[in-house]
Design a protein around this ligand. Sequence first.
Ligand code: HEC
Length: 193
Amino acid sequence: MSLRLTALIGAVLAIAVIVSSQSSAQRGPVFTEDGDLVLPSGFRQWVCLGGPITPNALNDGKAQFPEFHDVYVDEENFRHYQRYGEFPEGTILVKELVLAQPGEYPDGSVDSASGRGYFPSALHGLDVMVKDSKRFGNTNNWGFFTFGHQAPPYKPFAKVMPASQCAYCHIAGVASTDMVWVQFLPVLTAKIP
Ligand code: HEC
């Protein structure tokens, strides 16, 4: 085999490895030695469970998270929930914040061909929950992380947030549904078509 052909085959194989490693989305959480969570990869290829929105204009101009909240879970953990009604250990729930289009009306809404409402514009932050009873038993088995509240790129690592920042509110509101606001995510509990 000529040297050139060998080099060409090598290059094609290298590209194939890169492409396949990019398309295989991450599943379980990855922690550093210090216990920081590594930014999950590939989550935009996971199942999107829904996207609530709490605009500033409807919250006295100071909503805690004024964007759309697009929630993702990987397909295997989604199937597990549909089957057993609970998330298994190691589940990652990603909430990506997405800015709304700048408002034209006092309530922050805008007109579009489909009607007046709220429409997404730009990615603007990433919050994550990880189910791990060994690490996060003190906060009902879920750890809470934020990788930034701004446009990407997001932080590569995040420390677990104190309970007083995140978990307290999920404990107060949805301890009975394993810390997840399932009532706002109908795709989770819908019958399998
Ligand atoms: C004051 C209450 C409150 C606080 C504080 C809070 N959350 Fe939430 N969180 C909610 C509510 C309500 C929802 C569902 C509705 C929505 O997204 O607006 C939610 C949804 C989520 C979701 C999607 C899964 C689900 O349960 O629907 C994630 C992930 C999440 N929060 C992470 C965090 C992180 C990380 C923090 C801290 C940085 C945090 N939350 C702080 C109330 C809160």
